[in-house]
Design a protein around this ligand. Structure first.
Ligand SMILES: Nc1ncnc2c1ncn2[C@@H]1O[C@H](COP(=O)(O)OP(=O)(O)OP(=O)(O)O)[C@@H](O)[C@H]1O
Ligand SMILES: [Mg+2]
Length: 448
């Protein structure tokens, strides 16, 4: 379904477009101010926006520019009144797809929206084609679930701009893989992709690691050295586990993001950078902001665009493809021509809660294939590993958030009663409606 965002301060216009377009089978969302529109835009990443030029909190032209910067592929149709002709021309120059007149004409509206949708898909296809220039075998992202299709769409849009992006998601969901793909699919793919692990190095070395240092800046600095920012050049700097950045460095990183300028430790000249920033975290940064362990201004700077990679529990239909992918990969590495999973393995894999997500699945397949020592991976080997695997909720609970534990626990309970919700609710000692709400919240579904 195509997502259409309608932005107009007049209720009757919002309502009529909403009704008309919903009837045509589209997913319609509305907003009456620029602020609300930008929020909606960010979270929805719609294919089409219908945008009024005069809005209570500013000009639709500014909203147009901002939206264009975030997802250049989105088709933006302006709503204009006769006296807005000058502004309309301005809007077309700024990249609006087309405009429609007030008072609205149903045929004109329908035709313009249909053209915009067709043009959107045409563009995403070409964006996809340019990707094939590079070989992706190493960075292949597997999965055809709806949730992953949304991710691909976002990658297609994000790779064309340089907006600072925050990728969130549980451990092992593929955040780094996605960050690499955004980089590799964009025009700067031949520039470096540099990872800075905010949790890896000793506090005192982090700053020089990131910004570089001059000779003699501190004991041990026998020669000057460029930092990761410098090494990234015009490419991408990937800030992994950004939540682990100490507060003093958070301030310095913020300064850099605001000015795109920085100084090496012990340096006197400020240096410029044009790299794109992608940050990743498996923690709840909003909560850390509330607890004052993460700076709010930095948080907002980082999440110009956010992208949340769904957990494997939320897309168990991807397990088939992922298992096949990892089986093939392992076979290649072990020099075995073909390797297959014994009957029943997939069903068993789908009943596991995957707290370690895709990484855990990959590890299980590799370990099971080594145990099975041949071209067939045995169900016994999988069963054995899954029931004794170290990445289980019991052992790893300390690194998990409460909601993650809750979602895993509910998933396991539902599995144990074959998704009989009434029985699961009894075991969990919650009401059926509460269980339903939680299933919805965590997007849990029985394996297909
Ligand atoms: N959709 C996918 N298709 C194929 N491989 C995947 C997919 N998602 C993740 N992987 C693989 O799973 C492993 C973990 O992925 P990655 O390192 O990107 O996770 P992460 O989200 O950064 O985890 P963490 O939060 O623990 O750092 C990698 O080997 C990656 O290649
Ligand atoms: Mg990672």
């Amino acid at each position: 379904m195509v997502k259409i965002l309608v932005v107009d301060d007049e209720y009757s216009i919002r309502k009529s477009i909403d009704m008309f377009m919903s009837e045509k089978g589209h997913d319609v969302y509305t907003a009456s101010t620029i602020e609300a529109a930008l929020n909606r835009f960010n979270e929805l990443c719609p294919e089409v926006v219908i945008l009024d030029i005069r809005l209570p909190d500013g000009s639709g032209l500014d909203a147009l520019s901002q939206m264009h910067r975030i997802y250049p592929l989105t088709k933006i149709i302006m709503i204009t009144a006769f006296q807005d002709m000058e502004t309309t021309i301005e809007a077309m120059k700024k990249g609006a797809y087309d405009y429609i007149h007030k008072p609205l004409d149903a045929d004109e509206l329908e035709k313009t929206v249909n053209d915009a949708i067709a043009s959107f898909y045409e563009d995403t296809k070409t964006a996809g084609k340019s990707e094939s220039r590079i070989s992706y075998s190493e960075n292949e992202i597997v999965g055809k679930s709806r949730a992953m299709k949304e991710i691909y769409k976002l990658i297609g849009m994000l790779c064309q701009n340089r907006a600072t992006t925050l990728i969130t998601g549980e451990t092992g969901t593929g955040k780094e893989l996605v960050a690499r793909r955004i980089h590799l699919s964009g025009p700067y793919c031949h520039q470096p992709f540099v990872t800075f692990d905010c949790s890896a190095v000793v506090d005192t070395l982090l700053e020089s690691e990131l910004f570089g240092h001059e000779k003699g800046a501190f004991t041990g600095a026998v020669s000057s050295r460029p930092g990761k920012i410098e090494l990234a050049g015009d490419g991408t700097l990937f800030l992994d586990e950004v939540e682990a950045l100490p507060l003093n460095l958070q301030g310095k990183l913020l300064g850099f993001l605001e000015r795109k300028q920085y100084m090496r430790v012990g340096g006197k000249n400020s240096l410029k950078s044009r790299c794109r920033i992608i940050a990743a975290t498996n923690k709840d940064l909003a909560k850390m902001v509330r607890e004052k362990t993460f700076r709010d201004d930095l948080y907002y700077r980082l999440k110009v665009v956010t992208m949340t990679i769904p957990s494997l529990r939320q897309r168990s239909s991807d397990i088939d493809d992922l298992a096949a992918h990892f089986t093939q990969k392992t076979a290649n590495e072990l020099g075995i021509k073909q390797m297959t999973l014994q009957d029943g393995c997939l069903e068993r894999l789908k009943r596991h809660p995957w707290t370690g997500n895709v990484r855990e699945l990959e590890n299980i397949i590799v370990s099971a294939s080594i145990r099975s020592r041949g071209s067939v991976i045995f169900l016994d080997a999988i069963e054995d590993l899954l029931s004794h695997h170290p990445v289980s909720i019991e052992e790893h609970s300390s690194s998990q958030s409460l909601s993650q534990m809750e979602s895993v626990h509910i998933f396991k309970t539902l599995e144990s009663v074959r998704w009989n919700k009434t029985r699961a609710a009894k075991i969990l000692e919650i009401s059926l409606p509460t269980l339903r709400k939680k299933i919805q919240k965590y997007q849990l579904a029985p394996p297909e």
